[in-house]
Ligand binder design. Structure first.
Ligand code: 6BE
Length: 616
């Protein structure tokens, strides 16, 4: 594992949770508080033209302080790297959440969407446009609150939000028509369009404009025609139409959005936000820091205010503040200051690090807090902190209850001027009544539609058992060249589809065959196949708006594993999937197609069915 000297004593790196483009994101622990953080690591030599994006993101995140925008705690620049220390969002991507649930209910969608609207309204009010809003750039923290990430494409026009922009950027599927046409556009207006696509994706589980071919995709976006599934309520249809309005001047504005009936359904008040760009001064956090560092609170606050908000002191302050806001205690046990201590290899910490590392705290939950070497007494200071009243929004005014929405099945027959409608049976999404037993005999085709059906059907069955089971054995090294597949149960069953086969080797060979059939090259490590999509899933060579990144490739991993879910502990063979890099929707489509092909193949040639003998 690579060790970075610049992080020594400050952050302890753990596993990599994502990599893509020019950055790698690792989980880490902030040593002084024991709190988890995410660290975005970028190598200067590979940054090249993307260097301005890093600077842009750092500048934006230093200013943006909002409960639904991922907090930047610290930036460390070395000769070779940039490290951005960012808020930890253990829930992962909103995208994966949608995929797992197929689609979200109106209530869940509203809860999430209000948080996005609040964050976007806040940043717009400060003159920033995000320009790359999509579910992959929305993470969930452990309390299922949303956090926007990836401000590398944001814009803050010098002349304010009313100034036009010219650079085409963002993901094509979320790009507004005016952006695709290469016209000048307003940052606020293109963000609203992307949010319309996002809301649609939440409520439907698929995209309003989608095509393997980029030119066709652009054509669809420019017509502004999309399908309205029957399960959408009238208010949500109206709202989506107002957001996916091809004429940007007619598109709903962010203020109108905050007040829209759908947003306010179920007694909710308009979305609002606090216009804050300065840290709130918290005396309890400051006295905790004072108790540890020996400096007085006033000096610490003064230093925080003089800093450029990217140092270790800032990180510690913000992490302690987050703790307090979550209602946790600020119980601390000070240990030796690192600059008095020798480094792991007996080498003293470099001067630069010693300077930023002014204090060190150990919170009671940190495993290291017990390691005190008898050097310093444990100061048992517990601050009683009341959890902040839910601070999604600081509502501007009390308001009367709004009519509760009832979902109308008949709404399907109501004609609408713009969006295309198809009868519900044309929809490729399973209904809750559909059988969850993987009955591969019913799988006749391998179109994406039926593929989706197969996968979701399989998933339903799995979801049901997921919570009942406990993890059994999970091999530590997943990449081990092993003769036996991993056995998954309980928690390990997310992103796993069951097959009706009892023979892992058989499934593996069918999986390889399906990948070959799709023209996807793959590498094999034991029961793991790693593949990367190419031409067949991205047929755009000659698209016009070159500056729109055609992120339509992805790399992924498919692992044949054993699932302990059968009756009497019977093991079924499953396929676990994992997105490694690249576009999430491409990944979803590829996996659906590959899995449908594999399942179909197994059912035609059931050599490895659970009834027959299998060597393993
Ligand atoms: C700013 C990009 C970022 O990530 C996932 C977890 C934890 C933290 C999920 C799985 C363990 C915890 C088993 C980009 C991409 C990697 C999602 N820019 C982040 C911040 C960021 C990522 N996390 N937190 C912040 C994150 C994601 N897991 N579970």
């Amino acid at each position: 594992m690579v060790r970075y000297a610049a992080l020594k004593g400050l952050y302890e790196l753990e596993k990599t949770i994502g990599s893509g483009g020019f950055a790698k994101v690792k989980l880490a622990t902030h040593v002084a508080t024991g709190e988890k953080v995410a660290i975005k690591i970028m190598e200067k030599t590979t940054l090249g033209e993307d260097l301005p994006r890093v600077k842009l993101e750092v500048e934006a995140l230093k200013t943006l302080l909002h409960q639904h925008i991922c907090r930047l705690y610290q930036v460390i620049e070395t000769e070779s790297h940039y490290f951005m220390v960012i808020e930890y969002c253990s829930g992962g991507e909103l995208f994966d959440h949608i995929v797992e649930k197929n689609r979200l209910s109106e209530t869940d969608s509203r809860k999430f969407f209000r948080q996005i609207v609040s964050a976007v309204a806040y940043m717009h009010s400060l003159g920033y446009a995000h320009r790359d809003l999509k579910p992959e750039n929305v993470l969930l923290d452990k309390d299922e609150n949303l956090k926007l990430i990836d401000f590398g494409l944001c814009a803050k026009p010098k002349m304010g939000m009313q100034a036009h922009l010219y650079t085409s950027c963002g993901s094509p599927t979320y790009a507004a028509p005016e952006l695709i046409m290469g016209k000048k556009y307003l940052g606020s207006e293109v963000d609203i369009w992307s949010m319309g696509v996002l809301l649609y994706a939440l409520l439907c589980g698929f995209l309003p404009f989608d095509d393997n071919n980029l030119e066709n995709l652009y054509r669809k976006i420019l017509t502004g025609r999309y399908e309205e599934p029957y399960w959408l309520s009238d208010d949500s249809k109206t709202l989506i139409r107002l957001m996916l309005q091809i004429d940007p001047a007619k598109r709903i504005t962010i203020q109108e959005l905050c007040n829209h009936p759908w947003i306010r359904t179920n007694f909710l008040r308009p979305v609002s936000f606090i216009h804050r760009t300065k840290f709130e001064k918290d005396d309890e956090v400051l006295s905790t820091m004072s108790a540890i560092s020996g400096n007085n609170s006033t000096d610490i606050w003064k230093k925080l205010m003089q800093s450029d908000r990217t140092d270790y002191r800032t990180a510690t302050y913000l992490l302690l503040l987050d703790r307090k806001l979550r209602g946790l205690s600020l119980k601390i046990a000070p240990v030796m200051k690192p600059y008095f201590k020798q480094g792991i290899n007996g080498i003293n910490f470099p001067q630069r690090e010693a300077k930023v590392n002014n204090f060190i705290t150990k919170l009671d939950h940190s495993p290291r807090s017990k390691v005190n070497n008898g050097q310093s007494p444990v100061i048992d200071m517990t601050y009683n902190v009341l959890p902040n009243e839910n601070d999604e929004n600081k509502f501007t005014e009390p308001c009367a209850p709004v009519r509760k929405r009832l979902r109308s099945k008949e709404s399907d027959d109501v004609s609408s001027p713009v969006p295309i409608k198809r009868p519900p049976e044309n929809r490729s999404v399973t209904t809750p009544t559909q059988s969850s037993t993987p009955d591969s005999k019913h799988v006749q085709t391998s179109t994406p539609g039926s593929a989706r059906k197969v996968m979701l059907g399989l998933e339903r069955g799995l979801n049901r058992v997921r919570h009942v089971l406990t993890p059994k054995r999970r091999m530590k090294n997943e990449n081990m060249d092993s003769d036996e597949p991993n056995v998954l149960s309980g928690k390990g069953l997310s992103n796993v589809s069951a097959t009706c086969s009892g023979c892992p080797k058989h499934v593996l060979s069918k999986l390889r065959r399906a990948l070959r059939q799709k023209g996807i090259m793959c590498r094999q490590k034991g029961y793991i196949l790693q593949g990367e999509t190419e031409e067949s899933f991205s047929e755009d060579k000659k698209h016009s708006s070159k500056s729109i990144s055609a992120q339509n490739t992805c790399s992924f991993e498919l692992e044949v594993c054993l699932l302990e879910i059968g009756p009497n502990g019977k093991r079924l063979v499953g396929i676990r999937r994992k997105r490694l890099k690249g576009d999430a929707w491409v990944y979803k489509r590829v996996c659906e197609e590959i899995l449908a092909l594999t399942v179909e193949d197994i059912s035609i040639d059931p050599e490895g069915s659970s009834e027959s003998k299998c060597p393993i």
